[in-house]
Design a protein around this ligand. Sequence first.
Ligand code: B1M
Length: 215
Amino acid sequence: LPLWERLERRIIDGELTGIEADLDDALRQRPALSIVNDTLLAGMKTVGELFGSGRMQLPFVLKSAEVMKAAVAYLEPHMEKSDADGKGRIVLATVKGDVHDIGKNLVDIILSNNGYDVVNIGIKQPVSAILEAAERERADVIGMSGLLVKSTVIMKENLEEMNSRGISERFPVLLGGAALTRSYVEQDLAEVFDGQVRYAKDAFEGLRLMDAFMA
Ligand code: B1M
């Protein structure tokens, strides 16, 4: 297979052996971020479709996720970094009950490389832990990721908890993850939340929204 198809195939097949040589080849031709966005993520998309339609079993999805993570870790040092520094601080978490973290970790990389301090507290984080981290770290923004449909409900509950603690106006909230839609966040959730809540369809929109929150 040609290089790009082979790389995409490696994600789908969960084939780690030899990936570094392919990534080195790829880096000679394209920037690291484009390799992630245009090739590796296409592989993950296929994995999601195969799993969703019952044509791939969970252990294989896990393998694909591991290869994806290893590839992103290998590429990360090659990603463009801005000289900007200390533009603001975000606490980032995957919400309670949700283990998906590839997207959240990409957001971490993009924001960190573009001058933000990111406090990434990991997966399955209850609202209490997210809010405690936000207070402790004096965060400017709270970012929550979640890929399960049930996570969209948890996010709503988390915003309601922020309202009842009276801290909604202190922490603008950035939400992302495949189960969300822009209208759910920016209409339905915005209606119940006393502060600002915005939807990022990808890590780059996350960066633009951070810039807007901090402006
Ligand atoms: Co799961 N999974 N999974 N899974 N998994 C999905 C989400 C699913 C859509 C697959 C499917 O059915 N087609 C489905 C959810 C269905 C639903 O809720 N209706 C699903 C399911 C069902 C499950 C389990 C329940 C399966 C089971 O156990 N029977 C289970 C859940 C466990 C749990 O959370 N409690 C499960 C487990 C897993 C693995 C562990 C095997 C693995 C995750 C490994 C890991 O993350 N460490 C996994 C994977 C890999 C997927 C798919 C295939 C790929 C997800 C991914 O990494 N995509 C996924 C299919 C899909 O999403 N369509 C699926 C690449 C990633 C870069 O995209 O995270 O969307 P994403 O991030 C994007 C944007 O959304 C955005 O930026 C990123 C791109 O730049 N973004 C943000 C994300 N967060 C953001 C935050 C921001 C801003 C932007 O600001 C704060």
